[in-house]
Design a protein around this ligand. Sequence first.
Ligand SMILES: [Zn+2]
Length: 480
Amino acid sequence: MQKSLRMILLTGFCNGAIVLLVLGYPRSLAIGQAVTGSAIPKYVFMFLSDGAGMTHLEIARQYRKHIYNEGMVIVDKIMKEGSVGVMTTHAANSLSTDSAAAATAMASGCKANIGALGMCADGTVAVSAMELARRRGMKLGLITNSTVYDASPAAFVCHVAHRKDYLGIVNRYLEMAPDVILGGGSEQFMPKGQEGSRRNDETDMIAAFEKKNYRHVGNKEELARVSKGKVLGLFSRFDMSMELDRDKQSEPSVYDMASAAIRLLHEQNPRGFFAFIESENIDSASHLSDIASVIHDYREFDRAVGLAYEFYKKFPRETLILVASDHDTGGLGFTRALRDLTSTENDNLVTGTVADFKKIQTIGISLQKASSILGRSPTAEAVDNLMRDYFPGFTLAPEYKEAILKRQPVSRTVLLDPTANALGMMIANHTQVYWQTSEHTNQPVLVAALGVGAETFKGYYDNADFGKKLKAVIEGKNHR
Ligand SMILES: [Zn+2]
């Protein structure tokens, strides 16, 4: 099919238009059928650790080894038994990407501009890997601890000019009807008049999904009870909680959601599934210079990958597990540093050790929560109380206290939330794990792959090539 015609057909997908999916892609191959030496996986897990660079992974791994005496599934199972790739992440119009451009490349195989969702920078609209999976009759799952309409999951099924077109994205979900949608973001599903809604119309999207035979669930218990059919799970008004703050009784974690999704997608399903499972919290924590949340949320994400690994052990010839990041956030790393600014002599140098993990272990609150406790105009007394209640082993340097009180950034690259970032720098000064920035960087990221087609993901390649490889595996073509 000509590009122009394909574009016309895809344009308007996210405006609720009913459009025939006639994309000119071959659908002659059966799942499991061997083609040029490669079979098509029946079960595809696409795990995304949003914002996690190589050092996030390494710090999370070392922390667990020293603090919990446990391994990490992503490293010990997926990487060591499978294939490892290194992926470049730049956007078409920027050397550091955002989640929309990155996920578009990974889902559809084309370079995209910052903010664009499922739209290629060259003006074309490429079909995504998940749309190909749907054409094969596979069930689809979108699972995230961000809002369900956030850029990363949305890029796998949507084609809109900008990631903030939330109504368009939710309309597209309703139209395409992925079998399982789990995450946060109920505010875009409630009619305008309802308390907590952020919609600008009176449409009740939860009712619209229920009309399409979805079961709507809103807490951990309801999710655990649902055993079949299509499910829309919305567990918070906006993003879901960081692990350190999560109410373990009522709010499911990414592990809990992955567990439910596997159960629902695998139930009486001869055609297989494609499950997108994301931890956005790793990215969100990194924007706030929050090392403790990075570690705890990475652990829960890794436990979710462990569920897929158990599944793979049962169906090794039919399953593909991919674990990738979309980009690095923060330029994180342990380093040697000065204890203070009094001298550069050796006796004033400190380096990160296991003892620093033990200091991080004492932190029992996310910096997002700490920042929200202080609010937009904190008093000196409130800052002192916060330090006493939540950071007893840490001392807040006068310049960071001032930054918090005046709501001023502590450096030119640490700019998102002055309170959280100042607390993050305080933790860095005590533990030698420093942040280069509160934004995304262009560090290449790791891709781990295990199972059917995993060898395709070996090597060094761009994120658009990742998308091409993923689509080729779904189509049964051996792309390298
Ligand atoms: Zn981010």
